[in-house]
Design a protein around this ligand. Structure first.
Ligand code: FMN
Length: 160
């Protein structure tokens, strides 16, 4: 196997959560299925999110300075499938969704999910073909017994 294929195969085995990240206001906002989410600080609580530079969501998050990580339960892979529609589609994927505003940043978030992280962007860095958004988690909620959707449980993978 050549080096590039070996690297891709190894990276594909890493375990991720599968979330829906939303941004913008109300049903005019947008959302996309996201896995490249990770905690990077506990004081203050911060996460990173990597978004492909070509995805409209990258520009929208930069414009709004905030996003919500909607936490999806393991038995709701159908929700994750709704939002990974064609990149660069140019349409607002929340227009047919039931949304509410997140408590601190007022960002559109999905109703009826098992939890959320309300995130305020504090820094960005272009890293190869993705933009890394570093964000403080300013509010959150989770159902205590939630088993989150993961790459291995859903068989949904992101190759970047
Ligand atoms: C399981 C899974 C995880 C994904 N994770 C990411 C991610 O972390 N970052 C990213 O930029 N795209 C990710 N994608 C791809 C986006 O969901 C997809 O390209 C989407 O259309 C982007 O939305 P947009 O074009 O409205 O910005 C993932 C797709 C899947 C199926």
């Amino acid at each position: 196997m050549d080096t590039g294929k070996a690297i891709a195969s190894a990276l594909r085995k890493l375990e991720y959560g599968v979330y829906v990240v939303s941004m913008g206001k109300g049903t005019a906002g947008n959302a996309f299925t996201a896995s490249w989410v990770s905690q990077v600080s506990s004081e203050p609580p911060m996460i990173s999110l990597a978004v492909h530079n070509k995805h409209q969501s990258s520009r929208l998050i930069a414009n709004h300075g905030a996003f919500v990580v909607n936490i999806i339960a393991q038995n709701h892979a159908d929700v994750a499938r709704i939002y990974y529609g064609p990149a660069e589609s140019g349409y607002e994927k929340l227009k047919d969704s039931t949304v509410q505003s997140s408590p601190v940043t007022g960002t559109a978030m999905l109703q009826g999910v098992d939890g959320f992280l309300d995130c305020k962007v504090v820094n960005t860095a272009v890293v190869g073909n993705h933009t890394l958004f570093l964000a403080e988690v300013v509010a959150a909620q989770i159902q205590a017994d939630t088993q989150i959707l993961t790459s291995s449980s859903s068989k949904l993978h992101y190759a970047g």
